[in-house]
Design a protein around this ligand. Structure first.
Ligand code: HEM
Length: 450
């Protein structure tokens, strides 16, 4: 039966999870709550929170939404509407023909031939963290904050070059302030910015300051760009093939703010969890160190080295399986659809949860075990390709996936060769699902030079 067959609406609705468990469980830990629902009800179910949500837990259903019939599943969801208050019409929150046009313009900017040249910037920014870690001595450092700093420095330098350094701290402050949990009341209220509330006034003021800084940087950039082109050079030069037109100033600004936000907390989260997992699995850490030592002998890795460091990649892939930085995404169906014999009505909210897919027992044995060999060359060939989706899939997959993989591997390779990273004993390590899977109480660690 096709997804648009007229009899779809006569199919049964998916099983409904008990409403009692819904809101409280969802508030405590959305990813674990959705995993519990999967264990109780299987590959498709619905639950009632603020509204009815349909959970699609089988990779084949996910393929239908993200790839096979993707235009039928939009981003017209509350969380994306809230995020759009900050990101405007940037790639993450744009939709429809406007999005398709922007994606076409921006795709070449993220071609590997450009991205691979960022290895020097990534290594230079990582070296600044290494310097600070060396100065820390026995004192704990905040791994999560340090990874956030290095990831921000990387994305901002690759966007603008060194000229951003002076305003970088101020920008991080603004971005963090704007990047609240999209379902928090103050965030929801930003959808109605004209309501004269102190939180809305603060939001508009912060956003205006951020716009001012970005516009200033872009204006200055246009006049002094020299040397290796950075991402902003590419954005300014991008032209539509048919019309020959480039992006207007508002669009450029929205894309820049989008790349800054989408491209820094995600990579930082991945790095934080990868260091944590390695600290808990010394035998895997040793194997990684042996590979790094053999190929690099203590020096930082370049893009070209990565082909000779297969275990490094496996470690990062497996870390993103257990702790997917983007733990779940939402879509809205614009048509009635069928999934596995069930009817999902038009206009429904759909939840795709990487945290659940990455633990689906049909595709992963002992899913809680950290085992980078799951990604060894040749293994997992029969695994469904949508059972592992840290960067999503289909036309709206992460545009920065190659850059993120390069960055996470290079930062990790440099720092782990130089430091033994050990979480402070007794400090609670609890994931907190905001847009990314952060650590609720941060991650203090000691960093002992090797
Ligand atoms: C480990 C790091 C990263 C992870 C796990 C990640 C994950 C994701 C995921 C899951 C999506 C799809 C969201 C959805 O469809 O609802 C996405 C989209 C996106 N990501 Fe990433 N991302 C990472 C790093 C980056 C970087 C470094 C950049 C850019 C500098 C970036 C830019 C974007 C953009 C612009 C989109 C929207 C693409 C579109 O809809 O056309 N991401 N990312």
């Amino acid at each position: 039966m096709s997804a648009h067959s007229p009899v779809v609406s006569q199919l049964p609705l998916p099983p409904m999870a008990s409403w009692r468990s819904s809101l409280r469980g969802f508030k405590q830990s959305p990813p674990d709550f959705l995993l519990d629902l999967y264990r109780a009800h299987g590959d498709i179910l619905r639950f009632r929170g603020f509204f009815t949500v349909y959970c699609l837990n089988h990779p084949e259903f996910v393929r239908q939404v993200l790839t096979k019939a993707w235009p039928d599943y939009t981003k017209k969801t509350i969380d994306y509407r809230v995020i759009a208050g900050t990101l405007g019409k940037g790639l993450v929150t744009n939709d429809g023909p406007d999005w398709a046009h922007q994606r076409r313009l921006m795709q070449p900017v993220f071609a590997n031939r450009h991205i691979n040249k960022f290895d020097t910037v990534i290594n230079d920014m990582t070296a600044l963290t290494a310097e600070r870690w060396r100065a820390a001595g026995e004192d704990p450092v905040r791994l999560d904050l340090d990874m956030s700093r290095v990831a921000f420095q990387v994305v901002s330098r690759t966007l603008f070059g060194a000229e951003i350094d002076e305003v970088a701290d101020e920008m991080v402050g603004f971005l963090n302030e704007l990047n609240q949990h999209p379902l928090r009341l103050s965030a929801l209220l930003t959808m109605y910015p004209r309501i004269p509330l102190p939180s809305n006034r603060r939001f508009l003021h912060t956003k205006a300051r951020l716009h001012e800084i970005v516009d200033g940087l872009v204006a200055a950039h246009g006049t002094n760009a020299e040397g290796e082109p950075d991402i902003v050079d590419h954005l300014l030069a991008a032209r539509d093939e048919d019309s020959g037109l480039g992006m207007d100033a508002d669009q450029i600004r929205d894309e820049i703010i989008t790349l800054m936000l989408a491209g820094h907390e995600t990579s930082a989260t991945s790095l934080t969890w990868t260091f944590y997992l390695l600290s808990q699995h010394p035998e895997i850490e040793q194997r990684l160190l042996a590979e790094l030592d053999q190929v690099l002998g203590g020096r930082p890795a370049t893009s070209a080295d990565l082909a000779n460091l297969p275990y490094l990649k496996q470690v990062v892939q497996e870390s993103m399986r257990i702790y997917p930085p983007v733990w779940g995404i939402a879509r809205r169906s614009s048509e009635d659809s069928e999934f596995g014999g069930f009817h999902v009505p038009a206009n429904s909210y759909l939840a795709i949860t990487m945290h659940v897919l990455h633990r689906h027992p049909e595709f992963w044995s002992e899913p809680e075990r950290f085992d980078p060999d799951r990604f060894a060359p040749g293994s997992g060939k029969s695994r469904h390709s949508y059972a592992y989706l840290p960067f999503a899939a289909g036309p709206r997959a992460c545009i920065g996936a190659s850059m993120a993989m390069l960055e996470v591997q290079l930062v990790l390779a440099q720092l782990i060769q130089q430091f033994r990273v050990t979480p402070v004993a007794g400090h609670p390590v609890i994931p907190e699902a905001v847009v990314t899977l952060k650590t609720r109480f941060g991650m203090p660690v000691t960093v002992k030079p090797r």
